[in-house]
Design a protein around this ligand. Structure first.
Ligand code: GDP
Length: 362
């Protein structure tokens, strides 16, 4: 599956947030969860469209799509130089598709801040610098290698070395790669699995008041995020921890009393999903209404393969309706009768929100 790594300085609330993710009840409709490895958690992605479809089709079972969160604790200043368990952590980040960077935006005298005071701007700089230093090191090695191989006179490799050097020079000014490379360069860099090229969001761990009104810490991070074109989500670790102690109904009531529509955790999951540039299609039968995750640009026949290889192999056609149309008519039967169900072939590119019925030969 696709995953999102949780990083941040010590004592910012990573474990609290991760534990809230893992403690969410396995069978709750909101976020069923199962654990493969203590540092990996699979969570359901909340989706209003799925809820709407299920509400009208009334299937026996509703299955949301999922993403994985990976707890990557222990990133400290100097990690790129092997400080702490530095290199181990950096290589763990290398494995994930996207990064959720938790930043402490709450004050609490009892909880020590690693640098003595709450200063999200400084915290972010420390982490981003470590990530960038690690990337620069990888680039340095890559340049040496490509230049060596280019000695035989290979023009392509010469050009590659030139581009890599140019990227290196720009990045060494202290800017994350994702903010300075174009699409071609991104493609070229793919093989290196660079850290600052990964999609990233800031998760701001605030106190309760901070949820309703941005405190100065939040404002400072939002300014940074805007420059970096990064997304931001606010969460209160303490409340999330409390929410996991409640059953589903109680949790709903609790959120309602606080005037919140969803938990911070849910927003975090939804943002994490968006970061991955994934899209969702639905299958909607009487037995089960289910959300499926695919990459943007996936053809219908491959989407079918997600469900079962037999459906991909025996693919005849896809019967498709977009979510907006379903929202209007609220019934697959009606949509069919009105001729609103489109017939699409193997090559049809599935769109976000499509509801699909696959016809196939067994
Ligand atoms: P980590 O080192 O980043 O994993 O941080 P932890 O999750 O262990 O949190 C560090 C300390 O901060 C713990 O004592 C938590 O209980 C506390 N903490 C986490 N989130 C919040 C929060 O939103 N508000 C307050 N006041 N304390 C928090």
């Amino acid at each position: 599956g696709f995953n999102c790594g949780i990083i941040g300085l010590p004592n910012v609330g990573k474990s609290t947030i991760f534990n809230a993710l893992t403690r969410a009840k396995a069978d709750s409709a909101n976020y069923p969860f199962c654990t493969i490895d203590p540092n990996v958690g699979i969570v359901n992605v909340p989706d209003d469209r799925l809820d709407f479809i299920a509400e009208h089709i009334k299937p026996k079972k509703v299955t949301p799509t999922t993403i994985e969160f990976v707890d990557i604790a222990g990133l400290v200043k100097g990690a790129s130089k092997g400080e702490g368990l530095g290199n181990q952590f950096l290589s763990n980040i290398r494995q994930v598709d996207a990064v959720a960077h938790v930043v402490r935006c709450f004050e609490d005298e009892n909880i020590v801040h690693v640098n003595g005071r709450v200063d999200p701007k400084n915290d972010i700089e420390i982490i981003n610098t470590e990530l960038l230093l690690a990337d620069l090191e990888v680039l340095e090695r890559a340049i040496v290698k490509v230049e060596k191989n280019a000695k035989s006179g290979n023009k392509e490799l010469k050009e590659k070395a030139k581009v890599l050097k140019d990227i290196y020079n720009r990045a060494s000014l202290g800017v994350m790669l994702k903010n300075i490379v174009n699409e071609d360069e991104k493609e070229l860099l793919k093989e290196y699995n660079l850290l600052t090229l990964k999609p990233m969001m800031y998760v701001l761990n605030v106190d309760e008041e901070g949820l309703y009104e941005d405190n100065d810490y939040v404002k400072a991070v939002k300014e940074i995020a805007e420059k970096e074109n990064a997304r931001v989500v606010k969460i209160c670790g303490k409340i999330e921890a409390e929410l996991t102690e409640l059953d589903e109904e109680e949790a709903k009531q609790f959120l309602k009393e606080m005037g919140l529509e969803r938990s911070g955790l849910e927003y975090m999951i939804m943002e994490g999903y968006k970061l991955l540039s994934l899209i969702t299609f639905f299958t909607a039968g009487e037995k089960e209404v289910k959300a499926w995750t695919i990459k943007e640009g996936t053809p219908a026949v491959k989407a079918a393969g997600k469900i079962h290889s037999d459906i991909e192999r025996g693919f005849i056609r896809a019967e498709v309706v977009d979510f907006e149309t379903f929202k209007e008519y609220k019934s697959m039967q009606k949509i069919k009768e009105l001729g609103k169900l489109r017939l699409e072939g193997k090559e049809y590119i599935v769109k976000d929100g499509d509801i699909i019925y696959f016809r196939f030969n067994v």
